[in-house]
Design a protein around this ligand. Structure first.
Ligand SMILES: [Fe+2]
Ligand SMILES: [Fe+2]
Length: 307
């Protein structure tokens, strides 16, 4: 049955939380052992920027939303992703990982995706954005915190993770609902948009950023001591949940993102992983200063416990 978006919006409003709700100085920070401490900083730096990828994606979706309720929902999601980023910054600060007002940088692959989104996401159709963003959400934004929940014993972090996870469950519910809605368009429109998107070189550049991002994040997850199967399980969910909707199945981009997901989770499929890992290596050679751009919207980043 179709989701009642008005009710969903009300639920989103009711569940709002703020950084001030959390006692950032409560005891428990010492529960992060030095070994974990060293690994968490790069992991959280990437994650915090992935939240911003989500924020930017939702901002683009809000501009194209087919009705005012969905537009407002996306505006809330945009703000929630920024809040997640700020909460992760506040955790890093709590754990003494930041130098003064330092805003840590992401890895080069996350940065490339940010740059791409900044430049091209507003040109993408809703059906393209609406099928790719759910994969990023299910595999990275919504999943990375879950992967480390068992390892981080700090009760403050647990409280924060719980709030973020609850937000993410609503993001995913809406993501899938929108795929269902998008799939109800006429076949001709779907095909025209799909072909049109591929006709522009910008999408190819997006693909070239997206492919190494997933393999790089897989490597990071493994470096954190997390079984990569967890990532694959999350990625399989994209197809499994999407396929429950006969409409989502009609979206050419859904089929393509699903197919690509199957390649990523199949480590034995050497040709794909040779290319993807090759791209990780190649992009790893890019001097960070060359691609590093602080997006305009990142001024809103702060660990300050504001609303
Ligand atoms: Fe998030
Ligand atoms: Fe999200």
């Amino acid at each position: 049955m179709a989701m009642d978006l008005e009710r969903m919006l009300q639920m989103i409003k009711d569940r709002q939380w703020a950084l001030v709700d959390i006692d950032w100085d409560a005891p428990g920070a010492e529960l992060i052992e030095p070994e974990l401490h060293a690994k968490l900083k790069p992991f959280l730096s990437d994650l915090m920027w992935i939240e911003n990828v989500g924020a930017r994606g939702f901002a683009a979706m809000a501009k194209k939303a087919p009705n005012p309720t969905l537009k407002t929902i996306y505006e809330y999601f945009h703000a929630e992703e920024q809040k997640h980023a700020n909460a992760e910054l506040a955790l890093m600060r709590r754990w003494g990982m930041l130098d003064g007002d330092e805003i840590p940088s992401p890895n080069v692959n996350v940065q490339l995706v940010i740059n791409w989104l900044d430049k091209y996401s507003d040109d993408m159709s809703l059906s393209m954005l609406g099928t790719v963003i759910p994969m990023l959400e299910v595999a990275l934004d919504g999943a990375l915190i879950k992967f480390i929940t068992d390892e981080v014993k700090d009760p403050v972090a647990q409280e924060v993770f719980k709030k973020i996870n609850s937000d993410e469950s609503r993001h995913l519910a809406v993501d899938y609902e929108v795929m269902d809605l998008l799939g109800q368009a006429k076949v001709r429109k779907l095909i025209t948009e799909f072909v049109g998107a591929w006709a522009s070189p910008s999408l190819m550049m997006g693909v070239l950023s997206y492919i190494p991002l997933l393999n790089k994040m897989r490597d990071n997850i493994v470096a954190m001591g997390v079984d990569e199967e967890k990532l694959y399980g999350a990625m399989r969910k994209y197809q499994a949940v999407g396929e429950r909707s006969a409409f989502a199945r009609r979206l050419p981009m859904f089929q393509l993102v699903s197919l690509h997901g199957r390649l990523v989770v199949n480590r034995d499929f050497v040709p794909y992983h040779a290319v993807a890992d090759g791209l990780v290596k190649l992009t790893g050679k890019i001097p960070f200063g060359l691609v590093h751009r602080t997006p305009t919207w990142s001024q809103e980043l702060t660990y300050e416990p504001a609303a």
